[in-house]
Design a protein around this ligand. Structure first.
Ligand code: GDD
Length: 392
């Protein structure tokens, strides 16, 4: 199936992207491509894809993005780039398609001639992967084979970044994890990520491709999806503060995660493709907190002190000022298995890429709370993309 450019359908004229194949803008994009770097982001409408788009546009790239979303699911995280007033609009092209469609990938690679591809496309919920293991394995595990084969078919000099995950370390007893830590995946998602991770190494060694994996630890922001724990907690804290919700039900409060900011992480991803030799890197903050601690920090940020009592499924979080129960445990959010703690050592990235995260957890939470408050008051999700951003 031929790739479809979003914009080929009827849509509001205030939200158009540049076109590649036809028209003046397309010609300009193709001509400029000889002088300007062209990148293709697979999974561009996600949180990380949108920050990476901001970064690359700010660096002068022409950015093509692939999404499997349809026009009905208009990508709100990219509105600040695609609207009429954006200075970056002419250097951004959105394509519709699926990374599991080989012909689509080959056609796009032929058309847009990227020098860098970032593969962020996949089902990204660990929890959901237990319910939908096969579709997860397809998008997460097999997708990268398609991408690599398309690169080999069209132009083996294209550099590939693969979004690997801290989940591959699963039930490891090594803390912090390094690039050399043996994997021990414990979910369908993690198994699929490990498959993709190994595929990148295998193809790099077998064919000499510039293909690298960034082993990404949890990366959050005001653009984070509502089904991930940080956004769920922050949203609940803000709503409870405003009397719109009474309590929030969560799963495993003891789980420890290394939470960083997505905007920091995309810088590392880009740096990884600027080296002469391909290398895999841990991308992490090196700091780890429990979900319970995150709850306390998020509620504190909206002016509510939470005190926890009891344990296991009986554990509750109480508003110290009012005595109301505002946090409960609901076993339906438990997973059959999961890493107890993730914490990464990104000293290799510091040494070879001069990369280290700049936004700490307190700043991250503050940003998420501010964006959530704004959305609540204005009923408009777009501003969340403007809280921080390279091009937003
Ligand atoms: N989602 C969710 N919802 N998680 C909860 C909840 C809840 O109600 N209650 C507790 N948790 C715990 C989970 O059990 C997990 O230990 C932790 O909160 C974080 O869960 P998520 O935010 O769903 O993220 P994740 O750690 O499973 O995976 C994320 O990070 C990985 C590493 O970068 C995702 O972004 C993955 O795609 C990514 O690979």
């Amino acid at each position: 199936m031929a790739p479809k450019h979003i914009g080929d359908d009827a849509r509001p004229s205030s939200c158009v992207g540049a076109r590649v194949e036809r028209g003046d803008e397309g010609a300009a994009a193709t001509t400029t491509a000889t002088m300007t770097k062209v990148a293709l982001i697979l999974g561009v409408t996600g949180q990380t894809g949108s920050y990476l788009t901001d970064l690359l546009l700010s660096k002068g790239y022409i950015v093509h993005g692939l999404t499997h979303s349809t026009w009905q699911n208009y990508p709100e995280r990219l509105q600040h780039i695609m609207c009429e007033s954006s200075p970056f609009r002419s250097r951004f092209v959105l394509h519709q398609g699926d990374i599991l469609e080989f012909e689509t990938l080959v056609r796009i690679l032929h058309d847009v001639k990227p020098c860098e591809i970032y593969n962020l496309a996949a089902q990204s919920s660990v929890h959901l992967s237990f319910q939908q293991p096969l579709s997860t394995v397809k998008s997460v595990g097999l997708g990268v084979f398609n991408v690599i084969e398309a690169i080999r078919t069209v132009n083996p000099t294209i550099k590939l970044f693969q979004a690997s995950s801290s989940e591959i370390f699963g039930k490891t007893t090594v803390f912090p994890q390094r690039e050399t830590t043996p994997p021990y995946p414990c979910s369908p998602y993690a198994n699929a990520k490990l498959m993709a991770h190994q595929a990148v190494i295998m193809h790099r060694e077998a064919y000499g491709l510039y293909a690298v994996s960034g082993i990404l630890y949890n990366h959050e922001s005001s653009r984070r999806g509502a089904n991930f724990v940080t956004q769920k907690i922050v949203t609940a804290a803000v709503r409870i503060k405003h009397g719109l919700q009474q309590q929030v039900e969560l799963g495993n409060l003891n789980s420890r995660r290394d939470w960083g900011h997505a905007q920091d992480f995309v810088v590392c991803m880009w740096k990884m493709l600027q080296l002469d030799e391909p290398e895999d890197f841990i991308v992490a903050t090196g700091k780890t907190h429990t979900v319970r601690q995150f709850v306390k920090f998020a509620f504190k940020a909206v002016g509510i002190d939470v005190k926890f009592q009891n344990s296991g499924t009986e554990e509750i979080g109480i508003n110290k000022a009012t005595g109301e129960v505002i946090v409960k445990v609901d076993p339906k959010y438990f997973r059959p298995d999961e890493p107890i703690q993730t914490v990464g050592d990104s000293s290799k990235a510091f040494e070879l890429l001069q990369w280290q995260p700049e936004i700490d957890l307190a700043q991250l939470i503050e940003e998420m709370v501010t964006a959530c408050e704004w959305r609540l008051i204005h009923g408009d999700k777009r501003t969340s993309t403007r809280i921080r951003g390279f091009a937003g």
